[in-house]
Design a protein around this ligand. Structure first.
Ligand code: NAP
Ligand code: F7E
Length: 357
């Protein structure tokens, strides 16, 4: 019998890590999934997504401590499990937080992948391991052309993106200098019910859910930012497909559809049976409830703009051209924005405050 492939997922407790772990277990991989030592439980997303995979999980999943700021832990885990595929999904992934903690962000997002690639090289595993790096549409930053493809020049505007650009360049350098099968997925925003609660989509879904219950308003920053939002479940399939190519290369992944933060608020409100009217401008803008079954909600402020959620520099508009992924890997996103909203809202009603321990 052929041995199972072994995949190491660094950052398995995050949104993508949980979906990818589930996807690879279903594809009959042995999965080594890393978690960080934290003072409270941090595996609830992984546990939730694997709850229907009990037997695969017991047989084929090993959850291990590792941290990309700790070279020894990375070297040890590579040496112990000798994986066929390594997915580096670890990051300080919040763009606004990267302005508050630029050094930490660079340590995790830039030096983290460096430590992994060097460990692969120094352990003599460069011919065995295929490496995936989680790159990002934030590399396009203050974008220089629309829509953005693999050919679009980068123009980063945050410490997060600067660190990710270092990692992106490094992947190319290790591929060319040492012949390591290494590639980067330049992924546009992707969401899901298990999106971290301080990203705007989850914050909106949770905020409007709370408004319905207790009439508290949700405070947001730039309502006019435009994003190309897809579903994490669709995007992790692409991460795996990228490592099955004959030759390593980087791909842009997105839906090719634009939505503003404001429109996302309207979609979520509508899905919850509410409508709102926008009043005022700039930091004085509010969204006032104009339709609801519960008449007590009408006239109440659902959404407030708050200066503290604006960033020192903003990525205003992103839109993917993922035609290379479509033609070379036969990949298409399966979930549209209305379905994403629907899934996130249904989850919030079933499991309010899921990630709050
Ligand atoms: P996420 O939910 O924030 O997950 C990040 C993961 O990295 C978590 O498992 C986290 O552990 C782990 N981590 C953080 N610091 C670490 C360290 N020092 N050592 C080891 N692990 C560490 O992010 P995501 O949305 O799943 O995104 C996955 C990757 O794709 C990230 O690299 C992100 O930058 C990138 N990306 C995301 C998007 C998107 O829209 N989601 C788009 C483009 C690129 P804890 O659970 O303990 O915090
Ligand atoms: O912001 C605006 C904000 O934090 C989206 C990460 O996964 O995708 C993500 O980064 C937009 C921005 O995601 C609030 O200014 C308004 O324009 O949900 P976000 P992001 O910054 O696009 C990329 C591709 C990654 O790689 C990252 O890892 O929404 N916005 N009001 C707000 N954003 C937040 N977080 N909170 C607000 O209150």
């Amino acid at each position: 019998m052929k041995d199972k492939k072994v995949a190491l997922i660094i950052g398995s407790t995050g949104q993508d890590g949980a979906y990818l772990t589930s996807h690879l277990l279903k594809l009959d991989y042995k999965v080594v999934a890393t978690r960080r030592r934290t003072s409270m439980l941090n595996t609830q997303r992984l546990d939730w997504i694997l709850s229907d995979l009990k037997s695969e999980k017991e047989k084929n999943l090993s959850v291990e401590y590792a941290d990309v700021t700790d070279t020894l832990s990375i070297t040890k885990i590579l040496d112990k499990f000798l994986p066929d595929e390594v997915y580096n999904l670890s990051a300080q992934s919040h763009v606004a937080v990267s302005f508050e903690q630029p050094e930490y962000t660079a340590n995790v997002n830039a030096l983290g992948p460096l430590r992994i690639l060097e460990a692969i090289r120094m352990l003599g595993l460069r011919k065995k391991i295929k490496f995936y790096q989680a790159s990002t549409s934030e590399l396009f930053g203050n974008v220089l052309s629309w829509p953005q493809s693999e050919e679009t020049p980068f123009n980063v505007v945050s410490p997060y993106a600067a660190a990710k650009q270092f990692a992106h360049n490094l992947v190319k350098i290790y591929r060319e200098a040492y012949d390591i099968f290494a590639c980067s997925g330049i992924l546009f925003n992707h969401e899901s019910p298990i999106r971290g609660s301080n990203f705007v989509t989850k914050k909106i879904v949770r905020g409007i859910f709370e408004f319905q219950k207790s009439q508290t308003s949700v405070q947001l920053g730039n309502l006019d930012a435009i994003r190309d939002w897809g579903h994490a479940r669709d995007y992790v399939q692409m991460q795996h497909l990228m490592l099955q190519q004959k030759q390593p290369r980087d791909f842009v992944i997105g839906t090719g559809k634009e939505t503003t933060v404001r429109e996302f608020v309207e979609l979520v409100s509508h899905r919850m049976g509410l409508e709102l009217e926008w009043q005022g401008r700039g930091v004085k803008e509010v969204g006032v409830c104009s339709k609801a079954d519960n008449k007590n909600l009408i006239g109440k402020i659902m959404v407030k703009v708050d200066q503290q959620y604006f960033r020192p520099l903003e990525v205003e508009r992103l839109l993917a051209d993922a035609s290379l992924a479509r033609s070379k890997l036969n990949w298409m996103p399966e979930t549209n924005i209305t379905q994403i909203v629907d899934e996130m809202v249904r989850f919030e009603f079933k499991k309010p405050n899921f990630d709050v321990i």
